[in-house]
Design a protein around this ligand. Sequence first.
Ligand SMILES: Nc1ncnc2c1ncn2[C@@H]1O[C@H](COP(=O)(O)OP(=O)(O)OP(=O)(O)O)[C@@H](O)[C@H]1O
Length: 797
Amino acid sequence: MPVSTRSQVVVHQLQDDSCQEQRKREIKDQEESQMVNLGRNPHHGLKEKMRALTVLYEQQKQASNPVKNPTSKHEEPRFSTHPSVDLLDSKRKNEKELEESKPICHVMRENVMPNSTLTRNFVMPQPCDAEDAKENVALGAGNDQIVGLSRPRNVNISRTVARKLSMGGNVVPHSEPRGVKRGNEHDLETASEKQENDGNGSRILVFVRLRPMAKKEKEAGSRCCVRIVNKRDVFLTEFASENDYLRLKRVRGRHFTFDSAFPDSTTQLEVYSTTTAELVEAVLQGKNGSVFCYGATGAGKTHTMLGTVENPGVMVLAIKDLFNKIRQRSFEGNHVVQLSYLEVYNETVRDLLSPGRPLVLREDKHGIVAAGLTQYRAYSTDEVMALLQQGNRNRTTEPTRANETSSRSHAILQVISLQISISLVCYITFLIVSFLLCHTQVLVEYKVKDASNMVVQRVGKLSLIDLAGSERALATDQRTLRSLEGANINRSLLALSSCINALVEGKKHIPYRNSKLTQLLKDSLGGACNTVMIANISPSNLSFGETQNTLHWADRAKEIRTKTCDANEVQIPDSETDQTKLLLELQKENRELRMQLARQQQKLLTVQAQTLAANSSPTPSTTSSLLSPAPASAQPHEKRKPRPSFLGGNCFTPESKKKGADVTVLLRKTVKELEAEIGRLKKDHALQIKQKDDFIRQLSQKGSKLPGTGGEGGRRIVTRASARPKQQPPQGELKSPSHRFLSPAPTAKKRSFWDIAMNSPSVATLNGRKTRSHVSSEATTAAPSMLLQPGFARQRP
Ligand SMILES: Nc1ncnc2c1ncn2[C@@H]1O[C@H](COP(=O)(O)OP(=O)(O)OP(=O)(O)O)[C@@H](O)[C@H]1O
């Protein structure tokens, strides 16, 4: 009976290890040579490939046995005791290994590595299987099949690329847009997103949307070069040029992975719910959010952001959702929604809601602001829609060769949501307090009892950005104005890509100042903001270059991390609310005392006047009237009464003289009493004001001793001066967040829905520019289509 000693086992193990390593090396060499061969020539002789695979198969087969049973390596039985099981196992294993040895599988595996940004050219010798063809709807639409883009069946695609919106754990979307199901995949993403919240901010979420093939493109005989697999992998195929006869069958491609990729069949609602719905929720929690569309001209950016009347886009759905959510939470407190809409055209910033002079960008501690930009207070979705349509009518569009109604400007719609919330319990307490506050002693009790009473003010900003399309000069037009526009669009997009590069590389200086667009996007790219980028691409192989470029930048943008997005929340502490209430009470009391004083003074004046009158004509009739002041209108009439005549002999009778003297004494006495009362009231009033001033001072001193009272966003102390309504800063000056809610422009006025709705698109051109109203008015005369309604994206040609 063989007895294994420790030394024997060690020897065996050493031999096993060396053999394994040798085999591994051989396999690796084999694989590499195969990769090189395949990489060099995709149409390499089938025989050679088969030979290589057979060798590999043999080696893998041999290698699999010792791995399975390392101790029996030296006495490898030719047949196992359970041949059927072993053969099955090795067959499965070899199949798997064979599949893994295909070059495309390596590419796939590399690309799905956590946080990997690797993309590399690969050769695709395998035909696409039926299952995959089903996944890419674009293939069916384009009647094209991308040769060789096969998805390895057994590759478990990692989900770790998904990241976290820094929304905190308590963000639960209140309402999901109807008809949208959240699949397991999305749940998975949300879970992994939460994992990635490491306190260093959040990564920009990058989504890709493929638009359907346009009629024009189909007519031009273009083929579909984009394939979306697994709702997140984008395969881009470069077909050989038709004139390159030698490489007609050659197909090259690139693979990218994004947070989500939408095939051409994706609905607007699906795009909205996956990309923006959570951002809207976060805005209501006081966090900033940005969504911007990036892509070549005609790739579908405006369609995604604005959409059509039947298929409204992200902007419209976000606003509807925002108002729905506000309605659901109306019990939580007051919500204020402010709206601004601007465009960056030829490096000038214009207000789309009140077109006028170009706006100047300024930077304050809260970020970049367009000085003089109109902020409209909106009360309903309809009102916002009307404003949006009005703004889009003013937006610059021009037909280019690539897109008949191409947006020639970058448009930014900003919605600011301000919420002042008081919990229900607090609200009830509030009412009681306002009653109790009349008595200063009870106020102290209240403070002790309701120390947790807080009023919370949250400000969230949502920026929805529709960028002008990046384009090649030849793709659009050669005319001067168009080429100037194109140059400016490209310049700002180039500046955007420089910023993305600098941010990805972690540079200290980010060149935001290179263009107006990047200045405006500063918050979204490098600030405390939840940012979403939607890259729009065309399926046509004629736009391969633009699509590749868009995907490249989208892939880069994945690596940008924005700062941790904390809620813009100010907790107004109980002491502050108490002080505010106290101040209001004091003001009310002061008003009442002043009124009392005025009344007494008036009474005194009347009495003095009557005394004078009594002195001059001390008759009983007048005396009685003096004690009860007569209406002013009655006095002239009384004066006209016939006076006692000297001739009548009824003047200065001893009786009347006595009576007159009595009345005078009486009146003097009354006057003295009234004067004394006024003096007392004045004294009381002064004393009360002094006491209350002292009390406020004490409260302020206590408040200033609290930690964090001086810091920004910390506790504020309300003094009389701070409670006084502040003066508006002059136009163009830096504004505090509260001032952002007021329109600084003198032309800015609040408009009702009807004002806006009645504002017909009469101004077709604006400062020589062609706007959407122009386009729409032209279009409506030709064909009154709903899709060509101002404010919405155009129909596909
Ligand atoms: N997902 C989609 N479904 C249906 N049609 C679409 C889709 N995306 C885009 N289109 C159509 O493609 C055409 C061009 O789209 P759009 O105007 O949105 O492009 P764009 O990227 O905004 O171009 P530009 O940068 O020149 O303004 C439009 O007619 C639009 O209706």
